[in-house]
Write a protein that binds this ligand. Structure first.
Ligand code: PRP
Ligand code: URA
Ligand code: MG
Length: 211
């Protein structure tokens, strides 16, 4: 597992506003979108391309285009949905699959309630979107869905990660695949409710309200 922590003053600034409990939902949503676009620049650094001859007004030259098959972007509902536009803005030809996972409030285990993925992800670059990597249970489940469909190249884009969750993901993946995690920050720890500290609270609730 490879970990990339985005080190950029704009990322740090926007993340600080997200952490602020007084930031209202409309601003929170806007900032998540902006942050993801900044993270997407790093997350797509190894997106597959191929050479292509192009004709400029002056001459012919060798350019680059995205390879086929196109990448697949998978937001993990609910909170990951707030990250979808930020990523597809940079990868407009990507296909989009959906996973709905909710953490059980007493056991903290991830429960799947929606799964709309292609059966075959062989040779596809997969981008998983979830703002919070806390215990890691949700991300491990999502990575497993991708790997059991043949994916071997998976990038997870998060806003915040806890050290405990990163360790869980690393152990669970082992040598099975090349998994990259791109995050805006690694926080201190989890609290007794398995929330990230200092964190930003419940990302889904802050994006969409308490339902
Ligand atoms: O690393 P973990 O301990 O598994 O926790 C992280 C998950 O918890 C949150 O989802 P939540 O269950 O609150 O669902 P929501 O997005 O619908 O609010 C968050 O969006 C992650 O998906
Ligand atoms: O801090 C946390 C942990 C899990 N899910 C969240 O939304 N926030
Ligand atoms: Mg939630």
């Amino acid at each position: 597992m490879r970990l990339h922590i985005a080190d950029h003053p704009l990322v740090a600034h926007k993340l600080s506003v997200l952490r602020d409990e007084s930031t209202p939902s409309p601003i929170f949503r806007l900032l998540v979108d902006e942050l993801v676009t900044l993270l997407a620049y790093e997350a797509t650094r190894h997106v597959r391309t191929e050479q292509k001859e192009i004709r400029t007004p002056v001459t012919t030259t060798t350019g680059v285009r995205m390879s086929h098959p196109s990448p697949i972007v998978i937001p993990i509902l609910r909170a990951g949905l707030g990250m979808l536009d930020g990523l597809t803005r940079l990868l407009p030809t990507a296909e989009v699959g959906f996973l709905g996972l909710q953490r059980d409030e007493s056991t903290f285990e991830a429960v799947t309630y929606a799964n709309r993925l292609p059966d075959d992800l062989t040779d596809r670059q997969v981008f998983l979107l979830d703002p919070m990597l806390a215990t890691g249970g949700t991300l491990v489940a999502a990575i497993d869905y991708a790997l059991e469909r043949g994916a071997r190249d998976v990038t997870a884009v998060c806003l915040l990660a806890a050290p405990e969750g990163l360790e869980v993901v690393k152990e669970a993946i082992g040598e099975r695949a090349d998994v990259q995690i791109v995050t805006a920050a690694v926080d201190e720890r989890l609290n007794e409710h398995k929330f990230i500290v200092p964190g930003l609270g419940d990302a889904g609730d802050r994006l969409y309200g308490v339902v």
